[in-house]
Ligand binder design. Structure first.
Ligand code: CR1
Length: 798
């Protein structure tokens, strides 16, 4: 491993020769980036040591939204200075290399980014861990705005190879699909043999996960599907039937071709189930192979050495698959296999949206995974057998908790039954699981349930993304917080220190200018860095209520035009986020944002006061520019619906003030910062629950009673905003004819008041920056280091 600048330059030149096959001078910048990434990756590999005796956590997740790695790994390895100065000597700029790196789009939103933050914390805290996921050839689409609409382009992130991955063909494992199960009795016990219709090969690719200080390097192992034999039909080729010659290969590869672009809505496609089984089965086989290598057939210690975590229900077949391998391959009995599997597997629920709770038609499941189905059926049978049928309402309880019901396989029920622990991702969410969504399970097995409030990598989203604040902190409270984020508390001593507050303001200004430049480059829109940056960035979904934010801006615009005495501090409203391709309503909200932006930004009567920006293609890398520049963080979901949120934490840590409902982790933010340092509005979760239950809310009433609401809604239907891409009937109908399922209009007034009060505070600099510093000071709790430490101590017992 190189230590000095001189050593680096030598090794880098050598890397160019080995990796690219050219002298340094002859390499393009892209090739040089590639060589550098390979060099750093191999340095990380040297640090990867197998500690044998420890328990290891395998984190199964369908998504890992890891973002760019070069800058982060240089920081974690303490090499940024050496490399950047070395490159300078060679006439190169490290920043240019950062720009070249591609963001792998291997996740949709919060769930995938959480998995990536967890990998960062596990390595930084020195725990042995492996991420288990899927190597999608096409990540989540790239978003572009054309004529005020979202357009999706394929994200071919692997087109030019990905320097951080290493393929391990020697570790490939077969995965079966379809066919039938043959049962035989040898006079002693039953034997089951799965005769598949199709067997494919799952090939792993490893990406190093480098911890801070290079303490521990773990791996993210992502699996790719390939035909067993080079699936090429020579006869067909010789006949000139080229399409057919390649067909088998194409069919198999299709399994890992695409990431489903849904955030929280289940795609019923059979391909999705194939994806889920493929990476789960491959991951389990891998675990069993490694275990046998180290411990032989000492299965009795399996759960002391291996923890398996299922990130949502996508890998829910982990436990039955492990049982299948133990029984059919290793010859263990049912009881022993059940004991091992249920002592190893744990489960996190990430959402209560009914459309995201996975269910598969029994026929489809059984046809695709016949042996797995047998095992699940037996788990379900034994579960029913064990049911206490002497309590009132047991039938209802059984109906709500059984795995097989109504012709469907209920994956969340399977997950709860086979897991030793089940957790939600913020206090309120866990309470809702316990009292509503998984109520019957909670009555039956309360000890399984626990909360693990989400967290974020404070190293990536604060230390790395906010260099000016980081520097200021290092001068003020030292560097300890990078290892021990709770030390951000020490900032509280400076909340009254005017000269410190001024420096914080200046740092924010620097970040705002950086974002303003990015906005200019991406959209051509000029924004004023002295205006308040009010930001909402996240996936587009009705329950996240970007629409409420839009109605607010439409109303402000109306009032600015109508009332010459109406005055507010200038505000720039910034949005970013993707809508799933088939989610028309969400795409219409994006279209509406672009339409109001076009009208308002071109209206000279108001555009010195308000502006609206939609930043295309929200991703981990532009997120790192956006969060540090925010002053108001919009967290305005319908209470009870956002399980946690993690963007809220990233904003808070970077000193933005939350304008939000009491939902998800906003509840914990409020508890931590105190009600003076956050702006909470709107209905509470239990109030919404009651109104839904009673059916007592009527959106039309608000339309008729509130002139401002009436006006903005009418503007959705007239030609105020329809010039760019057409009208907005669907949105109008959702609010009125469909009676506003997400309580947008119901919360409108309270939201407007909260917003205006908050903006009012901005005039008083001292108050504002004190609130801002207080938010940062309280944010250490939201480091994923804290979350991981809780998982480790209370669930995984590493
Ligand atoms: C939730 O909606 C949460 C993340 C990570 C999402 C969000 O509130 O912060 O998970 N859920 O826990 C999800 O993607 C499939 O469900």
């Amino acid at each position: 491993m190189f230590k000095t600048k001189k050593e680096f330059k030598k090794e880098f030149e050598n890397a160019c020769l080995v990796v690219v096959g050219k002298d340094f001078e002859d390499c393009s910048t892209e090739e040089k980036y590639f060589a550098l990434a390979k060099l750093i990756s191999s340095q990380a590999g040297e640090l990867h040591e197998q500690k044998i005796a420890h328990k290891k956590i395998y984190y199964f997740s369908m998504e890992f939204l890891i973002g760019k790695l070069l800058e982060n790994y240089l920081m974690n390895l303490g090499l940024t200075k050496t490399v950047s100065e070395g490159l300078k000597d060679m006439g190169e700029s490290l920043e240019d290399y950062f720009d070249i790196e591609k963001d792998p789009g291997l996740g949709n939103g919060g769930l995938g980014r959480l998995a990536a933050c967890f990998m960062d914390s596990l390595a930084s805290l020195g725990y042995e861990a492996q991420g288990v996921g899927i190597r999608y050839r096409f990540g989540l689409f790239k978003q572009r705005i054309e004529d005020g609409r979202q357009v999706e382009d394929p994200d071919n992130w692997l087109e030019k190879d990905y320097p951080w991955e290493v393929k391990h063909l020697e570790a490939a494992v077969p995965v079966k699909f379809g066919g039938r199960v043959e049962k035989s009795y040898d006079g002693n016990e039953m034997h089951y043999q799965w005769i598949p219709e199709e067997t494919i090969l799952a090939v792993p690719y490893d990406i190093p996960m480098v911890g801070y200080d290079g303490k521990q390097v773990n791996t993210l192992r992502i699996w790719s599907a390939k035909p067993m034999e080079e699936g090429f039909d020579m006869d067909a080729f010789n006949r000139g039937d080229y399409a057919h010659a390649n067909k088998h290969r194409a069919d198999v590869q299709a399994i890992t071709d695409i990431l489903y672009p849904n955030d929280q809505s289940l795609s019923g496609r059979i391909l999705r189930l194939k994806q889920e089984y493929m990476f789960t089965a491959a991951g389990i086989m891998d675990i069993v192979n490694n275990f046998k290598k180290q411990y032989g057939n000492h299965w009795e210690i399996f759960s002391e050495k291996v923890a398996i975590h299922t990130n949502d229900t996508h890998p829910a077949v982990c436990a039955p698959e492990l049982m299948r391998v133990l029984m059919d391959q290793e010859g263990l009995g049912w009881d022993e296999s059940w004991k091992i599997a249920s002592a190893s597997v744990s489960y996190t629920n990430h959402t209560i949206l009914p459309e995201a709770l996975e269910k598969w038609p029994i026929d489809m499941f059984r046809n695709l995974l016949p042996r797995l189905y047998d095992i699940i059926e037996e788990i379900d049978r034994r579960y029913r057998d064990s049911f206490h049928k002497n309590v009132d309402g047991w039938q209802e309880q059984l109906k709500n908790t059984a795995i097989l019901w109504d012709g469907q396989v209920h994956m969340a029920n399977l997950s709860v039954i086979v897991s030793h622990h089940v957790n939600g991702v913020a206090d309120l969410h866990t309470e809702i699981l316990k009292n509503i969504v998984l109520k019957d399970f909670y009555t039956l097995v309360p000890e399984k349930f626990n909360n693990k409030t989400n967290g974020i990598s404070h190293r990536r989203f604060f230390a790395q993304a906010n260099p000016s604040y980081r520097k200021l902190l290092e001068e003020t409270i030292g560097k300890g917080w990078i290892h021990h984020p709770e030390e951000l508390e020490n900032l509280k001593k400076y909340e009254e220190n005017v000269s410190f507050l001024e420096k914080v303001e200046a740092s924010k200004k620097e970040n705002k200018i950086r974002l303003a430049n990015y906005i200019k480059k991406m959209t051509g829109i000029e924004v004023n860095p002295n205006s308040i940056f009010d930001i909402q960035v996240k996936r587009f979904h009705a329950y996240k209520r970007q629409l409420l934010n839009v109605l607010k801006i439409m109303d402000l615009y109306n009032r600015l035009l109508a009332d010459p005495n109406f005055h507010i501090h200038p505000v720039t409203f910034i949005f970013a986020g993707k809508a799933a391709q088939g989610y028309t309503f969400a795409k219409d909200v994006i279209r509406l944002i672009c339409a109001i932006a076009d009208v308002i930004n071109h209206d000279d009567r108001v555009n010195r006061m308000i502006k609206v920006v939609f930043i295309p293609n929200f991703s981990v890398s532009n997120a790192q520019i956006i969060y540090p520049a925010a002053e108001i963080s919009e967290q305005i979901s319908t209470a009870g619906m956002e399980a946690s949120g993690t963007g809220n934490m990233k904003f808070m840590m970077n000193g933005a003030i939350t304008l939000g409902t009491l939902d998800g982790a906003n509840v914990e933010i409020t508890q931590l910062v105190g009600s003076d340092n956050i702006k909470i509005f709107g209905l509470k979760a239990h109030e919404i629950e009651t109104m839904r239950h009673q059916g007592s809310y009527l959106a039309w009433t608000l339309y008729h009673e509130n002139q401002r609401i009436k006006k903005v809604l009418d503007q959705l239907m007239d030609d105020t905003y329809s010039h760019l891409s057409g009208g907005f009937d669907l949105i109008y109908d959702s609010l009125l004819r469909d009676n506003d399922s997400f309580f947008v209009l119901k919360d409108f007034e309270s939201y407007m008041n909260a917003f205006e009060e908050l903006v009012g505070l901005y005039e008083d600099k001292k108050t504002w920056w004190k609130m801002s510093v207080h938010n940062t000071a309280c944010s250490g709790y939201f480091s994923s280091d804290r979350t991981i430490e809780e998982y480790v101590q209370e669930i995984w017992k590493l």
